[in-house]
Design a protein around this ligand. Sequence first.
Ligand code: NI
Length: 167
Amino acid sequence: MALLPILRFPDPRLKKVAQPVAQIDASIRKLVADMAETMYEAPGIGLAATQVDVHERVVVIDVSEEKNNLLAFINPTLEKCSGEQVGEEGCLSVPGIYDKVERAERVTIKYLDLDGKQRTMEADGLLAVCIQHEIDHLNGIVFVDHLSQLKQGRIKSKLAKQARVTA
Ligand code: NI
């Protein structure tokens, strides 16, 4: 396994729309393992392949307290959304920035598991938020894209300052 570098907002590669995975082979399983290691190391509760500059529809999530419930979704699609919730979101591609985003309270997704089997899952609460956030990434959308232009401008200048300090 290997840690993968995470793209930082506003890197234009975060805007690429990821392509469906055609075949679940050893390279996809390695990608999932590397993404999981990178997510746990960060630490974060979700990571989309887009964030590690791989533009295929692969997501890993673990919202458990003990970090022992890894979920891997290949080609996830939102089938149903209902209700509303507003929570503070953050993102490994937007370090140190948290803001409120409105999401569906409950979602149903379809996806392929690592054996290529078609599966359906229902989720609510934090897991539902995380699924919507990660599918957004696959579509080239970062959570700050849901915020006002004014807030986005402030976030860009804050991150640019951080980059100068750490460079
Ligand atoms: Ni994110």
